[in-house]
Design a protein around this ligand. Structure first.
Ligand code: SAH
Length: 232
């Protein structure tokens, strides 16, 4: 069932289907682990295939990930980073999450799938910027924070010339407007949002692209307490 949905969905996105067996296995591991810890609210195979895997896969049709160093900030159970890596193996992937147990799960999945070259990091984005500032071609993130906060967590990690891709809902217009100042202060430029449909559903999502046009001033990111209390 999951396999058929994935094959159809990837075909609709004009993406190769070589990663389907790995995605199916990942779905099994996710369902199994979700019984004993809270990883995701979506538990059925069809929902996992569409709302996690195909939603993540759609990004490959909207930006060029080939050979890029990519960090997934607040990846949780691995979304969107792990499906991207499974479907585009040339990505050099770093999965970052503040919850130890989620990072342990990701390491388990990578071992099981034989994905040796994925870096799974337990840490907070605003602290990770201390060691890996401006070292990624792309940052991606889904369902972590509102854009003014998220931009301060993610843009410092991106090289000038790279981009931060934020997965948002199509109702994110106000959030986008509110982020204008933050994006500018952090060395970014807000591009025109790209709306896309998840195949096999009537769900439409939005990819918000922030191009990194200059260096992020050293005073950013601030501590999370300050970011939250006083978003840019
Ligand atoms: N991206 C996944 C998970 C979203 S839940 C998905 O779309 O399914 C949000 C995740 O972000 C949680 O796992 C939480 O631990 C992580 N998170 C929140 N703030 C963070 C921060 N500052 N740095 C790193 N991870 C963070």
């Amino acid at each position: 069932m999951m396999e058929a949905i994935l094959r159809e969905g990837l075909e609709a996105l004009s993406l190769p289907s070589g990663g389907v067996p790995a995605l199916v296995r990942y779905g099994e591991l996710l369902a199994e682990k979700n019984k004993v810890m809270n990883l995701t609210a979506i538990t059925d195979p069809a929902g996992t295939a569409r709302l996690h895997f195909l939603d993540s896969a759609a990004l490959l049709t909207l930006a060029d990930f080939r050979g890029k160093a990519v960090v997934d900030v607040g990846t949780g159970a691995g979304f969107p980073g792990l499906p991207l890596k499974i479907l585009e193996p040339s990505i050099r992937l770093t999965l970052l999450d503040a919850q130890r147990k989620r990072v342990d799960f990701l390491e388990e999945v990578c071992r099981d799938l034989g994905l040796g070259d994925v870096e799974c990091v337990h840490g907070r984005a605003e602290e990770f910027a201390g060691e890996r500032r401006e070292s990624f071609d792309l940052a991606v993130s889904r369902a972590v924070a509102a854009l003014p906060v998220l931009a301060e967590l993610c843009l410092p990690l991106v090289k000038p010339g790279g981009a931060f891709l934020a997965m948002k809902s199509v109702g994110s217009g106000e959030e986008l407007n509110a982020a204008g100042r933050a994006v500018q202060l952090l060395g970014g430029r807000l591009e025109r949002p790209l709306d896309y449909a998840i195949p096999g559903t009537d769900v439409r999502h939005r990819l918000v692209i922030l191009t990194k046009i200059g260096e992020t001033p050293k005073k950013y990111p601030r501590t999370f307490a300050k970011i939250k209390k006083n978003p840019l």
